[in-house]
Ligand binder design. Structure first.
Ligand code: FE2
Length: 424
């Protein structure tokens, strides 16, 4: 064996198990594995989850907040304007270093599978080239997928179609889109057709920024679904944001959600960014501007959660922790019921992995040993505490470790060590 984890707590169980890993794969899960191994970790009842996935982040823009200026209005459109100014200063080294830092933060907190968008409205493709190099250099540390993302449009940007196609030839894994950014509705629909034509031609997956607006007239998701059905691309297609769904009338939303389920596409909500960006044109009451997560889930749609931004022109906060994104979604979607909390944890594990087409995922014999051990001793403490990742394991190898934190409290002459996940 390469590694044996002792006394692990798994979800939906009370008793502990041992997990043996060999050649990067989970070899055995038993209450007590007799075999002794050189390399063993005693988890003392800490919970083990399959590693998190982040299906939606912008690694080319991370850690640029405030450069050249801060987004004072907090709107998506000011963010895009600031980014187009910052983009002129991008260098290979600049993108590489910032992205590397964000990946290390993410992996340290248990995220192994990462899908990043990269802005391809750039004749030099400097960010794409840097992220392709990152993908190769970090392959033993994180699984990275790259989306060619036409941030400033396809038809409304000079040579937009050619730039998108060129980025696929350079090696992007997915074709991206942003139909609501085009000048007209018709151009938005044409953009989506181009995206599907390119994906079919180059055998790539599809990942659309879709209807990221509070405009209830923005209805591109139905076209994404229709095209996914016609091209038989359901499992290979992902729609991010879909925040306009929050504002659709209920009759249209009902029809649309059935279509989304029928198409087989995945939907990714990005609660951190959209909590900040949406509702900015409202007075009171202010819309929350998040897609209809509960309704999509109950219709059988695979819904996941993305981090989206880490300190960039759209979202000035963030640390690359998927638990934080899940925590915010739980609140904004009011998923506080016991079974709903379980669903939110599924979203950043199983649902996100499914959206990214990750195979052999999960804690079962024969699956890839991509695991995270959290400083929590009860499944329901994972979202309550957003605990640190004590160990992060990729392909059976430890790629990050954080010591267990204890706080000393002093009262009078006495002192005591307290630990937030150990309750009376
Ligand atoms: Fe995004």
């Amino acid at each position: 064996m390469d590694l044996i984890l002792r006394n692990c707590l798994l979800r939906n169980t009370k008793s502990f198990v041992d997990i043996a890993i060999k050649n990067g794969v989970i070899e055995l899960i038993e209450p007590k594995i007799k075999e002794k191994n050189d390399k063993e970790l005693d988890l003392a009842g800490a919970i083990v989850l399959p590693a998190f996935s982040d299906p939606h982040v912008h690694l080319d823009a991370v850690l640029t907040a405030g450069h050249p200026r801060h987004n004072e209005s907090g709107t998506l459109l000011e963010g895009i304007q600031i980014w187009s100014e910052r983009k002129k200063e991008l260098t290979f080294e600049d993108v590489y270093q910032r992205a590397a830092q964000a990946i290390k933060w993410s992996v340290a907190q248990g995220t192994i599978n990462i899908r990043t968008h990269v802005d391809t409205c750039d004749e030099s493709f400097v960010a794409l080239r840097a992220l392709l190099k990152i993908k190769e250099d970090f392959k033993n540390f994180a699984n990275i997928q790259i989306v060619a993302f036409p941030q400033e449009g396809v038809l409304c940007f000079p040579r937009g179609v050619e730039l998108l196609e060129e980025s696929l030839k350079l090696g992007a894994d997915c074709v991206g889109g942003i139909p609501h950014f085009e000048w007209t509705r018709e151009d938005g629909i044409r953009q989506l057709e181009i995206v599907f034509e390119l994906a079919a031609k180059y055998d790539r997956k599809i990942d659309i920024h879709c209807d990221e607006t509070d405009d209830e007239e923005s209805r591109f998701l139905e076209h994404v679904c229709a095209l996914a059905i016609r091209y038989n691309f359901g499992e290979k297609t992902l729609a991010g944001h879909t925040t306009a769904m929050h504002s659709y009338n209920n009759a249209y939303a009902f029809k649309l959600i059935r279509l989304v389920a029928h198409s087989g596409i995945s939907v990714i909500a990005n609660p951190l960014d959209n909590a900040i960006l949406q509702g900015r044109f409202d007075t009171y009451p202010k819309r929350r501007g998040l897609t209809r997560v509960k309704e999509l889930l109950s219709a059988g749609v695979n819904v996941g959660i993305g981090h989206d931004s880490i300190m960039d022109p759209w979202y000035p906060l963030g640390r690359g922790q998927m638990l934080q994104a899940a925590f915010v979604l739980l609140h904004m979607c009011q998923m506080s019921g016991r079974s709903e909390q379980t669903s939110v944890l599924d979203m950043i594990t199983y649902n996100n992995a499914k959206a990214l087409n990750i195979n052999n995922y999960g804690i079962a014999q024969g699956n890839i040993a991509d695991l995270v051990v959290l400083d929590a001793y009860d499944e329901f403490d994972v979202l309550r505490l957003m605990p640190q990742a004590l160990w992060v394991i990729k392909n059976g190898k430890i790629v990050a470790q954080t010591p267990c934190l204890e706080t000393k409290v002093y009262f009078g002459d006495e002192k005591e060590n307290i630990h937030f996940s150990k309750k009376l």
